[in-house]
Every structure is written in C-alpha cells, then in structure tokens.
Design a protein around this ligand. Structure first.
Ligand code: TXA
Ligand code: MG
Length: 328
C-alpha cells in the first residue's frame, strides 16, 4: 500500500492490512497516516500527536465528536516534557509507580500540543503504554502518538486486531497486530484539579493502588460537557439491549427471550453464558469483558444480561463499563 496517500476517501472499500511490521507502521505514521496499534489496555487508533491533519483523520475514522479529547502516548518518561508544562505534586511518584502501564495523567499542556488533540482544553491526557509492540513503535518515532480506542464512537472497545478490522477495516491502512490485550479495559484516568487528584475514569490500575501512592483521590463531578471520557453517560455500548443487575431475577423478567449472560464465575442456564473468570479473578474478568460483549452482541441472543461485579480492584472498571454500556 502507498504510505503517501492522504485522505480517507482514498481508502473506502479497501480492507486494512493486519500485520506485525513495526517499520511499516512507523513509515505510515511519519507520512501523516493513521494506524491501529495494540496497547496493553485496548487497541488504539494512532496519529502523530503534533500533526493536526493526521489527528483529524482519527476523529473522522471513529466519527468521534471533536469535544472528546485524545490521549497522547509517549515512549519514555522524559518525553512527557514535550507535552506537559507543569507537574503537580505526586506526578513523579505516579509515573514511577505505574508507567509504563494503564494510567493516564491529565496535566497542564504545552502550547505545542494541537487544540484538536485536547478539544481546546488547557490540559492533556498522557500515558506510556506497556505493550512491547507499542513501545517498539514509539521508540522508532520522534513524535508521540495521539490515540483514542480504535472503535466507532460509543461502541465497545477492541481488544484484538480482528475487532478493529471488523469495524474500522475499511478506514485504516494498517492494523499492527499485538495479539489480545492483556489488561482488556482502558487506562485509569486521573487529573489535577484545584489542588487535588481527581479520578475521571476507573480503569486498568485500581484506585486502591493509586491511593497507596498519593493518598485520597476524589471522584470527578459530572460537568455539562464531559471533562473526561467514558464520562459520557452512554458509552462502550453493544447494539443489543443490556441490563445489569441480579441475573437470576433479570432472567425471570425475560422468560421467552434468547438471553446471553455475562457473569463473573457462575454459569447460568441461559441460551448463552460468557463466564469471565471461573476462578473468580477480577483481572482476568476485565481482560475478557469486551470480547464477551462482542460475542453476545453478534450472537443470536435478543438481550444481554450482566452481573454486578465486586466493587474492588478492576471490578470498579468492569462495573463502570457495564453501567455505561447499559444506558440507552
Ligand atoms: O487505555 C486507554 O486509555 C486507551 C488506549 C488506546 O490508550 N485509550 C482510550 O482512549 O481509552 P479514549 O479516547 O477512548 O478515551 C480517553 C478519554 C477520552 O474520552 C477523553 O475524554 C479523556 O480520555 N481525556 C483525554 N484528554 C483529556 C483531558 N485533557 N481532560 C479530561 N479528559 C481527557
Ligand atoms: Mg474509547
């Protein structure tokens, strides 16, 4: 494929290639293209964070509203200096404890970061991903990558290269295949507001671990425009109706429907049942959550029912995603 093409229109109808060629991915990104990349959380749709025209293609491909800012991915801790201008107390400790890994910090941005990336906010979300292929790619490049999750806006995030191809396959020249994501839910997002750390989105690093490093973290208040992500009420949503709660009771409410169940460790006698972790491990359950939602969404089930998970560790992120996925 010609890495020099520019607009999305050149791509319609063309299926993206899937492969493990990091230099090809780098070449495309240098020439202003978008590329889907693996991270340990979910697959991202990446562009040169300093190239506004390239970043615009990410918004177009995802059909993402421009008020929803992107996360900037960096190769090394030192690179944070290229995008962030102030480091509130606790920043170094958080970076040392959790980078590389699924923690995004929202911090005052440098003017070099295009407004398109941050939706005009004076802060930027930044993280250093832990996935080996993402790291190799970022080290090859001399710019950071702006990347949201590689799904159409509002839909379930992708945790395999095939998930990306299924939905955005005709809009992306290349999908870098790093296998199934090891964390499976998006990064935890914390920001510094009015002199304290605030949680914008629960995710791959539990709040308990963060509080061990910097003490109490506040929960972000909902604003008129979402300050963060998946702070949008309805998000991560399958197409089929999803109800979250006491699954046995919900099954009685749907006696005649083909029901698909998402459970933690128990198997229900339903038409389909996706057990996320038979051993009761919340980290494993998080890894399997989005794939299970996709499987049931594309199955012959009419309705999806999900348990409420234990509200601890990665269970908080699982419950957050299920709750938002259930909002219509
Ligand atoms: O794990 C992840 O974070 C994945 C991988 C690809 O890194 N990315 C991801 O991106 O989940 P996305 O765009 O689906 O969600 C990121 C959220 C956005 O919805 C946005 O609202 C929030 O991060 N965000 C980014 N910059 C922000 C800022 N300056 N202030 C508040 N929220 C911000
Ligand atoms: Mg997303």
């Amino acid at each position: 494929m010609d890495p020099a093409f520019r607009g999305l229109s050149d791509l319609r109808g063309v299926k993206s290639a899937i492969g493990t060629d990091v230099s090809y991915a780098a070449e495309l990104l240098r020439s202003g293209s978008i590329v889907a990349i693996p991270t340990e959380t979910v697959y991202g749709l990446a562009a040169n964070a300093f190239d506004e025209a390239a970043v615009l293609k990410v918004f177009e491909a995802k059909q993402r509203p421009s008020f929803d800012p992107l996360i900037v991915h960096i190769a090394e801790r030192e690179q944070v200096l290229r995008v962030v201008k102030e480091f509130p107390s606790g920043t170094r400790e958080l970076m040392d404890a959790f980078w590389p890994g699924p923690l995004t910090l929202v911090l005052p941005k440098r003017t070099e970061v295009p407004d398109l990336v941050t939706s005009g906010l004076d802060t930027v979300g930044v993280r250093m991903p832990a996935h080996p292929l993402a790291q190799e790619l970022l080290h090859t490049l001399d710019f950071p990558l702006a990347a949201p999750s590689a799904n159409p806006f509002g839909y379930v995030s992708p945790t395999t290269a095939q998930h990306v191809a299924d939905q955005l396959g005709d809009r992306i020249p290349y999908i870098l295949d790093g296998g199934p994501c090891s964390v499976g839910v998006e990064s935890t997002i914390v920001g510094w507001e009015d002199g304290r750390w605030v949680l914008y989105r629960p995710g791959g690093i539990s709040v308990e671990w963060i509080e061990e490093i910097i003490g109490r973290v506040s929960i972000a208040a909902m604003k008129i425009l979402p300050a963060a992500p998946g702070m949008l009420e309805s998000h991560y949503a399958p197409r089929k109706p999803l109800h979250v709660g006491d699954v046995a009771a919900l099954m009685r409410q749907h006696p005649n429907a083909r029901v698909g169940v998402i459970s933690f460790r128990a198997r229900y006698d339903a038409h389909r049942c996706e057990v996320l972790s038979p051993n009761g491990d919340l980290t494993e359950a998080a890894r399997h959550l989005f794939a299970a939602l996709r499987v049931l969404d594309t199955s012959d089930c009419a309705v999806i029912l999900a348990e409420v998970f234990p509200e601890e560790g990665l269970g908080c992120a699982i419950n957050d995603r299920l709750r938002r996925a259930a909002v219509r």
